[in-house]
Design a binder for this molecule. Structure first.
Ligand code: UDP
Length: 382
């Protein structure tokens, strides 16, 4: 057998990824790690993704992916539930309360998905998983996909390894009881495509109808099209900034339909959910986004200056200061402030270039590859 032939199935290591489509970030991070495993170790792994909420958890948690967008639109409720449950003792109490209700589902999940290693990419599965495996433990690692304000739910000391994206997240992990020796600060796993410049950027822009005479502002809102996107888009339109606007509405069909009705005074391009985010970022000049960790990490790699117009209270608070402190972007919670930030960059290309350089400097394009290396080590694949 040549070294490039796929291994027979029995020789492949089985890696189970536990994620959920609550937002788009957990899926993107998982897919980036799978891609890196396939690139780095062709034919050596059999990978499987399970949305534990949707596929295993009982009602109403089963509907978490559907409940997440409307719930996160009520900032006070979101912030309250995030803060009130954060802390070592509090998560223990919540986990204790929830476990009798989740036990059977979690045990079935483990039984039906035999794996050499489990990788958790979601805060709301770690402790339940560790308990469900108490009698027959399997190696499991946690890959944290929040950048800074990492909730205590992420951290269960029974994980063999916990991978975090920043030093701030590392400090939280230590505070919540993870042994320093089990922690790795690597970065958030992002698909390799974000590191590739477009071979013909001007041609790609022309193909999209973006043109090359105006800077392109990419307006983003996570996988679910959350946050005050309409208001931000309309403010940019009314200010008649000398930019083209490309709006990605994600899975929010209502938002897309609504924006199609606007009387646009600047060149605008509207999109639903796209699998071509790497190209969009490589072709754009500025990102305007809610403070999602996945989108921020991708924009860093693409070297895009970032205007943050919203954040999930609690969970994404730290992302804002992280971006601002690096000089990679600005916090502009009112549509008028978004317009001001864009105007100052468009009118001063040196400032725009400095923010782009800072963004690129903050990037960790190698994270998925490094995490794939850790996974390989854990299961003895050289
Ligand atoms: N995304 C995508 N296509 C879309 C909209 C979003 O692939 O049309 C991806 C985006 O590139 C990022 C993820 O969805 O990887 C959003 O993650 P983030 O952490 O920014 O926000 P969340 O949706 O999890 O709140």
């Amino acid at each position: 057998m040549s070294p490039t032939d796929p291994q027979p199935d029995a020789a492949r290591k089985r890696i189970l990824f536990l994620f959920s489509d609550t937002g788009g970030g957990h899926r993107s991070a998982t897919e980036a790690m799978i891609e890196a495993l396939e690139d780095g170790y062709p034919g050596r792994f059999e990978t499987h993704m399970v949305d534990f909420f949707r596929e295993y958890y009982p009602r109403p948690l089963k509907y978490a992916p559907e409940i997440y967008p409307p719930m996160s639109r009520v900032p006070s409720a979101w912030a309250f539930s995030w803060r009130v449950s954060d802390g070592k003792g509090r998560t223990r109490a919540v986990n204790n309360l929830a476990y009798p209700y989740l036990r059977k589902a979690a045990q079935r999940l483990v039984r039906e998905n035999p794996a050499d290693l489990i990788v958790s990419v979601h805060p709301l599965v770690n402790t339940t998983l560790a308990r469900a495996m108490r009698k027959a433990p399997r190696p499991f690692i946690t890959v944290v996909t929040d950048l800074v304000s990492t909730h205590a739910f992420w951290f269960d000391r029974r994980a063999d390894l916990v991978v975090v994206p920043t030093d701030q997240a590392r400090e939280k992990a230590v505070e919540y009881g993870v042994a320093e020796g089990n922690l790795r600060v690597i970065g958030l796993p992002v698909a390799a495509g974000f590191s590739h410049p477009l071979p013909d950027r001007a041609g790609w822009r022309a193909e999209q109808g973006w043109g090359n005479d105006r800077p392109v502002v990419l307006l983003l809102s996570g996988g679910d099209g959350m946050g005050p996107v309409r208001r931000v888009a309309k403010a940019i339109n009314e200010a008649r900034l000398p930019v083209s606007l490309a709006v990605i509405c994600g899975r929010n069909a209502e938002l897309l339909a609504d924006l199609q009705e606007v009387d646009w005074r600047i060149p605008v391009h509207l999109y639903g959910f796209t699998s071509r985010m790497p190209e969009f970022m490589a072709a754009a000049d500025i990102a305007v986004t809610k403070a999602g960790p996945g989108t921020i990490s991708e924009a860093f790699i693409a070297g895009l200056p970032i205007v943050l117009y919203a954040r999930l209270a609690g969970q994404e608070d730290g992302n804002v200061s992280y971006v601002v402190e690096q000089g990679a972007g600005v916090w502009a919670p009112r549509p008028r402030e978004v317009v001001d930030a864009l105007r100052s960059w468009v009118e001063d290309p040196d400032r725009l270039a400095a923010a782009a350089a800072a963004s690129r400097h903050a990037a960790r394009p190698d994270a998925a590859r490094q995490i794939a290396g850790l996974i390989a080590d854990q299961v003895g694949v050289a």
